[in-house]
Ligand binder design. Sequence first.
Ligand code: IFM
Length: 718
Amino acid sequence: MDKIIYDNGYDRKAYAALGNRFLIGNGLVGIRGTLEEYTADLLPAINLAGVYDKVENFREPVNLPNALYSYIKVDGNNYRLPDLKPASHKISLDYGHGIFMRSSSWTCPRGNICLETRRIASMDDVNLIVMELKVSADFHAEAEIYTGIDTDIWDLNGRHLEDFSIINEDIIHYEARTHEEGIRVVMDETIEAASDCEITSVREDGRYLHRISFITRPGEAFRIVKYISFDTSKTAADPVCSSADVLKRSITLGYEEVMDRHMSVWDRLWDNADVEIKGNDEANTALNYSLYHLMSIAPRHADNLSIPARGLSGQTYRGAVFWDTEMFMLDFFIFTEPDTARKLIKYRIDTLPGAMKKAAHYGYKGAFYAWESQEGGFDACSDYNVIDVFTGRPMRTYFKDKQVHISAAIVYGLCRYLDWTGDMSLLDDGGAEMIMQCALFYLSILVKSIFNDYYEIRDVIGPDEYHERVNNNVYTNRMAKYVFEKAAKILREGYLDISDSERDSLIEGFEDGAKHILIKKPDENGIIPQFDGYEQLEDASLADVRSRLLNDKEYWGGAYGVASDTRIIKQADVVTMLNLFADDYSLDTISRNWSYYEPRTEHGSSLSAGMYSLLACKIGNPGMAWPFFLKSARADLSEKGKEWAGLLYIGGTHPAAAGAAYMIAVEGFAGLSVKNGELTCNPSLPKEIEEISFKIFYKQQQYSIRVSHDSYSIDEIN
Ligand code: IFM
């Protein structure tokens, strides 16, 4: 099936949603699917991975100037959106090859005018962006293309690029520095155009442009190619030289070759990643489109980056890395690009010092990872994460201080990688130390009452963020137990260069922690209470709680949110725990908890549906899994995602939901797992699909897997 999505017709109001849906990226930059003539108010962005900047209290990733900025004039009139209604308009995304395309036409008294563009963020050379732009008219007219760099950048909070200088010649050369650290940011842009035109340089406010004047000829399009290169002093010793080199190289290669190279990288990636769902084109498209997003934002080019929660779609959530990466996205990379998976985990290993600093700051031992991790493991999460809609004041939230489950997610990710790849070298490369430090952290937050023989973890926030500062969240405690067990195991296996007595005492501590930590048991109805006292909260229905909202954007959790004193939860919590530790529970208990918690879940996070879907497959109910699968896979195709938490903008793409969709297809519907060291499948296909096939890597061997309702095959690929 062709990997293409379209949006036909023009709706000005859709600019934010389409910017996300038609995003292209190459792991270093994400380019929002906005139109070339859009100015900062319509949210265009070339979002740069790994370069952060702080203005006042906000530290967020840098958006580069909009070097795609372009518009056209014919017979002296501007033809651009949203100003002038088009006769036809269509944008498309070839998500098989990361190509954004646009075609708009206008009718004027003398005939029809058409503008077409194609753009890529090169996968072959990640510091390169290329765009082809064609103008045609069915009459002879004087026409102009204005194209160059718009320095008016869409920033959520503050002006990050300062003191810019620009040389507006054949090459438009832009240089600026970030506000906080003075990181040099360089961008170059140039065009190739046919010889029968005149090119001059012009400036319109903050836009530095080439004006290309030509005469339109019926039946013939006038074409230019724009090459854009960029670099920063964060990664290049001399960003001016390296950006210039990229530009020169791409011009020498030429448009066709640049495109060919870009597309072959995509072909290679798809060869390993494609999942074919037979019998349901909608699901097939939604799933592979989700995988496209994951592939577009993976930092293959770098050794010190991971994937932010909103991908590279903008500055939402401070461009930070959350547990989303390890718990929701990592499986896709482990199965299809193990080298990339390794890099994602290496990012956490390298940010261990930051996690240890955070633990020490709170008076704990070991490693307490950043809830919102930027470079070096710096926790960008603010103490006031939500702005109250009523007072306009920041509300104290405790995500950063109390979501202690983050460290366990990182250990879980590493262990998943080890189990599936067999690449134990990561343990010697800092992984063993990381596990041990995370276990030490959990040991240091255990609390023992003199009346009880178990350990508790008090005052935390579990995945359900609406209930803050609770005791013995079952997900958190079970994950801590998991970390203790893993740490004791790697110590027993002799990893880490420490004395025998130190080893023995650590093992003893971790085993004791694992044995005595309180894991809340199912009650007489088989329901596992999410935390101490959960069952005493008001059992209001979701509809009731929703009806108590006074404002659409109102935050449901925190000190006085509508959900806080009720059993309504934001996202899968106990259900996430059951997914990870399904073997510890009977099918009956799992089913009861699924049925109990689902109606009490708002699914206010795009992470939630995936966990319900996966668990439904595990209990052999793919019918229940199906709508949640579609919800996850369509998170960025539909416009249903929340855009506001209080007055905080949280719009953007949802790579965790994309990763969850993959897990549902492969581990849920196909039921892929390892039993006694062998790959096996346990098909749980919904009636809506006939067959599912994909390739995965397991212990460095690639397999081709095909699963239908009543059979499956797993074949080695040679
Ligand atoms: O990590 C999630 C969290 O679980 C819910 N709020 C949004 C975060 C980023 O996706």
